[in-house]
Design a protein around this ligand. Structure first.
Ligand code: AMP
Length: 171
Protein backbone atom coordinates (compact mmCIF):
# COMPACT_ATOMS: atom_id res chain seq x y z
CA UNK A 1 0.00 0.00 0.00
CA UNK A 2 3.04 2.30 0.24
CA UNK A 3 2.99 2.76 -3.56
CA UNK A 4 -0.71 3.57 -3.46
CA UNK A 5 -0.23 6.06 -0.63
CA UNK A 6 2.43 7.91 -2.61
CA UNK A 7 -0.08 8.37 -5.44
CA UNK A 8 -2.61 10.17 -3.22
CA UNK A 9 -1.92 13.89 -3.30
CA UNK A 10 -2.88 16.37 -0.57
CA UNK A 11 -4.59 19.44 -2.00
CA UNK A 12 -4.96 22.09 0.71
CA UNK A 13 -8.05 24.33 0.86
CA UNK A 14 -10.10 22.37 -1.70
CA UNK A 15 -13.05 22.58 -2.16
CA UNK A 16 -13.13 24.90 0.88
CA UNK A 17 -10.61 26.59 3.14
CA UNK A 18 -9.35 24.25 5.87
CA UNK A 19 -10.05 21.00 3.97
CA UNK A 20 -7.10 18.91 2.81
CA UNK A 21 -8.53 17.15 -0.21
CA UNK A 22 -7.20 13.65 -0.94
CA UNK A 23 -6.67 13.55 -4.72
CA UNK A 24 -6.74 9.96 -5.97
CA UNK A 25 -6.40 10.79 -9.69
CA UNK A 26 -2.65 9.95 -9.84
CA UNK A 27 -3.46 6.50 -8.43
CA UNK A 28 -6.26 6.00 -10.97
CA UNK A 29 -3.79 6.88 -13.72
CA UNK A 30 -1.31 4.18 -12.68
CA UNK A 31 -2.23 0.88 -14.41
CA UNK A 32 -0.17 -1.25 -12.01
CA UNK A 33 -1.12 0.36 -8.69
CA UNK A 34 -4.80 0.64 -9.65
CA UNK A 35 -4.96 -3.04 -10.63
CA UNK A 36 -3.17 -4.12 -7.43
CA UNK A 37 -5.55 -2.08 -5.27
CA UNK A 38 -8.69 -3.48 -6.93
CA UNK A 39 -7.33 -7.04 -6.68
CA UNK A 40 -6.65 -6.57 -2.95
CA UNK A 41 -10.08 -5.02 -2.47
CA UNK A 42 -11.77 -8.01 -4.13
CA UNK A 43 -9.67 -10.56 -2.23
CA UNK A 44 -10.44 -8.92 1.12
CA UNK A 45 -14.21 -9.23 0.55
CA UNK A 46 -14.44 -12.50 -1.38
CA UNK A 47 -15.73 -14.62 1.47
CA UNK A 48 -18.57 -12.32 2.55
CA UNK A 49 -21.11 -13.65 0.04
CA UNK A 50 -21.64 -10.16 -1.38
CA UNK A 51 -24.48 -9.94 -3.92
CA UNK A 52 -24.47 -6.14 -4.42
CA UNK A 53 -21.84 -3.42 -4.18
CA UNK A 54 -23.35 -0.03 -3.39
CA UNK A 55 -21.31 3.13 -3.98
CA UNK A 56 -22.01 6.86 -3.91
CA UNK A 57 -21.27 9.33 -6.63
CA UNK A 58 -18.96 10.10 -7.99
CA UNK A 59 -15.59 8.83 -6.76
CA UNK A 60 -17.21 5.83 -5.11
CA UNK A 61 -18.23 4.62 -8.58
CA UNK A 62 -14.59 4.51 -9.69
CA UNK A 63 -13.82 1.79 -7.17
CA UNK A 64 -17.29 0.30 -6.70
CA UNK A 65 -17.77 -1.00 -10.24
CA UNK A 66 -14.45 -2.88 -10.59
CA UNK A 67 -14.84 -4.33 -7.08
CA UNK A 68 -18.37 -5.51 -7.97
CA UNK A 69 -17.09 -7.16 -11.15
CA UNK A 70 -14.33 -8.90 -9.19
CA UNK A 71 -16.81 -10.15 -6.59
CA UNK A 72 -19.26 -11.26 -9.30
CA UNK A 73 -21.80 -9.01 -7.60
CA UNK A 74 -24.18 -6.41 -9.02
CA UNK A 75 -23.51 -2.68 -8.73
CA UNK A 76 -25.97 -0.12 -7.34
CA UNK A 77 -25.33 3.63 -7.68
CA UNK A 78 -26.34 6.07 -4.95
CA UNK A 79 -26.75 9.57 -6.35
CA UNK A 80 -27.45 13.20 -5.48
CA UNK A 81 -31.16 14.14 -5.58
CA UNK A 82 -32.89 14.31 -8.94
CA UNK A 83 -30.35 12.26 -10.90
CA UNK A 84 -31.96 8.82 -10.82
CA UNK A 85 -34.83 8.49 -13.30
CA UNK A 86 -37.22 6.20 -11.39
CA UNK A 87 -38.76 6.04 -7.90
CA UNK A 88 -36.13 6.45 -5.16
CA UNK A 89 -35.53 6.13 -1.44
CA UNK A 90 -33.94 9.24 0.10
CA UNK A 91 -31.69 10.06 3.09
CA UNK A 92 -30.40 13.44 4.26
CA UNK A 93 -26.96 13.51 5.89
CA UNK A 94 -24.16 15.68 7.26
CA UNK A 95 -21.00 16.09 5.16
CA UNK A 96 -17.52 17.21 6.24
CA UNK A 97 -18.35 20.29 4.21
CA UNK A 98 -22.13 21.02 4.38
CA UNK A 99 -25.30 18.89 4.28
CA UNK A 100 -26.80 16.94 1.41
CA UNK A 101 -29.20 14.18 0.44
CA UNK A 102 -28.66 10.89 -1.34
CA UNK A 103 -31.02 8.73 -3.35
CA UNK A 104 -31.11 5.12 -4.48
CA UNK A 105 -33.63 3.40 -6.77
CA UNK A 106 -36.18 1.77 -4.46
CA UNK A 107 -36.00 -1.56 -6.34
CA UNK A 108 -32.17 -1.68 -6.57
CA UNK A 109 -31.73 -3.89 -3.49
CA UNK A 110 -33.74 -7.05 -2.96
CA UNK A 111 -34.57 -8.48 0.48
CA UNK A 112 -31.70 -10.75 1.48
CA UNK A 113 -29.09 -8.99 -0.66
CA UNK A 114 -25.71 -8.95 1.06
CA UNK A 115 -24.25 -5.51 0.47
CA UNK A 116 -20.73 -4.10 0.47
CA UNK A 117 -20.67 -0.29 0.66
CA UNK A 118 -17.64 1.21 -1.09
CA UNK A 119 -16.22 4.74 -1.21
CA UNK A 120 -12.90 6.48 -1.74
CA UNK A 121 -12.72 8.36 1.58
CA UNK A 122 -14.24 7.80 5.03
CA UNK A 123 -14.24 11.24 6.66
CA UNK A 124 -16.96 12.03 9.25
CA UNK A 125 -18.93 8.94 8.22
CA UNK A 126 -22.13 10.89 7.49
CA UNK A 127 -22.25 9.85 3.85
CA UNK A 128 -21.58 6.17 4.50
CA UNK A 129 -24.12 6.13 7.33
CA UNK A 130 -26.78 7.59 5.00
CA UNK A 131 -25.98 4.92 2.39
CA UNK A 132 -26.16 2.28 5.10
CA UNK A 133 -29.65 3.52 6.02
CA UNK A 134 -30.76 3.45 2.37
CA UNK A 135 -29.59 -0.17 2.02
CA UNK A 136 -31.37 -1.24 5.20
CA UNK A 137 -34.56 0.65 4.25
CA UNK A 138 -34.57 -1.35 1.02
CA UNK A 139 -34.27 -4.65 2.95
CA UNK A 140 -30.57 -5.34 2.30
CA UNK A 141 -28.04 -6.60 4.83
CA UNK A 142 -24.89 -4.50 5.17
CA UNK A 143 -22.08 -7.08 5.20
CA UNK A 144 -19.32 -4.46 5.30
CA UNK A 145 -18.20 -0.92 4.52
CA UNK A 146 -14.93 -0.62 2.67
CA UNK A 147 -12.94 2.53 1.94
CA UNK A 148 -9.68 3.26 0.21
CA UNK A 149 -8.76 6.03 2.67
CA UNK A 150 -9.81 6.60 6.28
CA UNK A 151 -9.32 10.00 7.90
CA UNK A 152 -9.11 8.55 11.41
CA UNK A 153 -9.04 11.92 13.16
CA UNK A 154 -12.62 12.60 11.97
CA UNK A 155 -13.84 9.48 13.80
CA UNK A 156 -16.15 8.27 11.03
CA UNK A 157 -15.94 4.72 12.39
CA UNK A 158 -17.86 5.79 15.50
CA UNK A 159 -20.87 6.60 13.32
CA UNK A 160 -20.70 3.11 11.85
CA UNK A 161 -20.47 1.19 15.13
CA UNK A 162 -21.60 -2.43 14.91
CA UNK A 163 -20.57 -2.76 11.27
CA UNK A 164 -17.43 -4.19 9.71
CA UNK A 165 -15.50 -1.14 8.52
CA UNK A 166 -12.17 -1.42 6.70
CA UNK A 167 -9.76 0.82 4.83
CA UNK A 168 -6.43 0.40 3.03
CA UNK A 169 -4.78 3.70 3.98
CA UNK A 170 -5.19 5.64 7.23
CA UNK A 171 -4.28 9.21 8.09
P1 AMP B 1 -18.03 12.05 5.18
O1 AMP B 1 -19.52 11.97 4.98
O2 AMP B 1 -17.63 13.21 6.01
O3 AMP B 1 -17.45 10.75 5.66
O4 AMP B 1 -17.40 12.38 3.76
C1 AMP B 1 -17.20 11.39 2.86
C2 AMP B 1 -17.41 11.84 1.45
O5 AMP B 1 -16.82 13.11 1.17
C3 AMP B 1 -16.75 10.85 0.54
O6 AMP B 1 -17.64 10.53 -0.52
C4 AMP B 1 -15.50 11.52 0.07
O7 AMP B 1 -15.33 11.31 -1.30
C5 AMP B 1 -15.67 12.99 0.39
N1 AMP B 1 -14.56 13.56 1.19
C6 AMP B 1 -14.64 13.96 2.47
N2 AMP B 1 -13.49 14.47 2.91
C7 AMP B 1 -12.63 14.35 1.88
C8 AMP B 1 -11.25 14.66 1.71
N3 AMP B 1 -10.52 15.23 2.68
N4 AMP B 1 -10.69 14.40 0.51
C9 AMP B 1 -11.41 13.82 -0.46
N5 AMP B 1 -12.70 13.51 -0.37
C10 AMP B 1 -13.32 13.76 0.79
Amino acid sequence: MEKAKKLVLDVPDFPKKGIIFKDITPLLASPKVLRELIEKWVKQNKKKGITKVVAMESRGFLFGVPVAIGLKAGFVPVRKPGKLPRKTLKETYQLEYGTDSLEMHEDAIKKGDRVLIVDDVLATGGTADAVRKLVEKAGGKVAGLSFFIELGFLKGKEKLKGFEVSSFIKY
